[in-house]
Design a protein around this ligand. Structure first.
Ligand SMILES: NC(=O)c1ccc[n+]([C@@H]2O[C@H](COP(=O)([O-])OP(=O)(O)OC[C@H]3O[C@@H](n4cnc5c(N)ncnc54)[C@H](O)[C@@H]3O)[C@@H](O)[C@H]2O)c1
Length: 401
């Protein structure tokens, strides 16, 4: 068992905060560092700023409160975790690593011989070698000799973070064996899944491959659904029947792809090898086009209705979460509103977007109810209140995708 370490976690958002909590629970002395004052204050007050009930329970444990503090700037430590955003530069479609660079530059003055730096942020291949290593070596230390660097990408599922952060298998990527050994020791203090050691570039690419696999397969399902629509057949039924083949597992079609990872990470592969990323690029195009197709279906459904009123349900990027990042549902509503349509947009899981009463009441006088995100609670209400919904609507039309 590893001795308790002093660990600085830079960036205490969806990824960094759960790691900080579990490291604190494992007995390490943890300092969360965030440039957002509200987050620093919330952590110091023991308030969770992400919506994960199981994590709030951990935050409330006395040992965690004693071992975890937060502040705005880094300090000296044994181990540094970096979990800051690495968004897509939307214009150039390449990784914007400015926050990763700022975080790494910010910790250079605090580095000492023997430290381990763990990058959890998702990055294009070769980032550890070509971008991070030269910055870290401004400390006068040498990566692989007296300073250690690992890339351990995060795979957690928002909404089920606590289970996944503990039980998922974890890739531990580093160029040298000692960095791998140190990083594996830190993760073994809270991960029950297997720790899979590899080099840094493989680790960087694996994370991107995982999300690209999902993006390409979702694009395939969306494309097949469009073909089924052209043929006038039920796409979901066709997919369910095809999946009875023992080696076929088609994914579900939908309204597009959202979230912090799947619509972004494939671009990081194309960035390093565009010539070999043609399928990846095509899938991105197919999925990005989906909100336009959905908006077209809604327009078609209210064609001829004077002053149509649309009620759209769902703003999160996927069911049963409040996370709206890169949400295709939001994009659909933006497209319809830009065309001048009257769209009431609700999401019972998103703060400030809940319908005031019941789903049936929210639909009063509407000409089209569009279910953009199939949250379990919404679908239960839709089932239970369907007759009342149909009675309350001016034109009883419900669209699902
Ligand atoms: N959210 C997910 O489900 C998920 C899953 C896997 C990987 N990732 C990756 O993990 C990384 C972090 O994502 P996230 O979802 O936690 O982002 P987030 O926005 O929830 O949190 C990042 C935090 O970093 C802080 N920050 C930014 N620059 C900083 C700096 N220089 N110093 C200190 N704090 C700083 C921000 O204020 C923010 O609180 C990204 O690379 C993302 O792609 C996210």
């Amino acid at each position: 068992m590893m001795q308790p370490q002093k660990i600085v976690v830079i960036g205490t958002g969806y990824v960094g905060l759960p790691a900080a909590l579990l490291l604190a629970r494992a007995g390490h002395s943890v300092v969360g560092v965030d440039i957002n004052d509200n987050i620093v204050r919330a952590i110091n007050e023991g308030v969770l700023h992400i919506n994960e009930a199981a994590l709030q329970a951990i935050m409330d444990e006395p040992a965690v409160r004693a071992n975890l503090t937060a502040q705005a700037t880094p300090c000296a430590a044994d181990v540094f975790f970096i979990a800051v955003p690495s968004p897509l530069d939307q214009r150039k479609k390449v990784a914007d690593l400015s926050m990763v660079v700022a975080a790494v530059e910010g910790l250079v003055p605090y580095l000492r011989a023997g430290n381990l730096v763990v990058l959890e942020s998702t990055v294009p291949p070769l980032t550890c070698r070509e971008l991070l290593t030269p910055i870290l070596e401004r400390s006068g230390l040498k990566v692989g000799e007296n300073l250690f660097l690992a890339h351990c990408p995060e795979r957690i599922l928002p909404g089920d973070v606590f289970y996944e952060i503990v039980h998922n298998d974890r890739i531990i990527g580093a160029r040298d064996a000692h960095s791998r050994k140190l990083a594996a020791a830190v993760y073994s203090s809270f991960v029950k899944g297997e720790l899979l050691e590899t080099d840094d570039v493989t680790a960087e690419l694996c994370k991107l491959m995982e999300n690209t696999y999902r993006d390409v397969n979702i694009a395939l399902a969306n494309e097949l659904a469009a073909v089924a629509a052209t043929l006038g057949i039920d796409a979901r039924a066709a997919i369910a029947l095809s999946n009875r083949h023992p080696r076929v597992n088609l994914m579900e079609p939908g309204i597009g792809v959202g979230g912090h990872c799947i619509p972004i990470d494939p671009w990081f592969i194309k960035e390093v090898d565009p010539a070999n990323s043609r399928l990846i690029f095509a899938a991105r195009m197919v999925n990005d086009e989906m909100p336009h197709r959905v908006a077209a279906r809604v327009r078609q459904s209210v064609r001829g209705v004077p002053g149509p009123r649309i009620v759209a349900i769902g703003a999160a990027y996927k069911p049963n979460t409040e996370d709206m990042r890169e949400s295709p549902a939001v994009h659909v509503v933006e497209l319809l509103r830009a065309d001048g349509y009257d769209v009431a947009h609700f999401d019972p899981l998103v703060k400030g977007m809940a319908y005031p009463d019941t789903l049936a009441k929210a639909c009063a006088g509407a000409d089209c109810l569009v279910i953009l995100v199939e949250h379990a609670g919404v679908m239960a209400e839709l089932d239970a209140q369907r007759p009342e919904i149909d009675r309350n609507m001016r034109t009883a039309q419900v669209l699902r995708f």
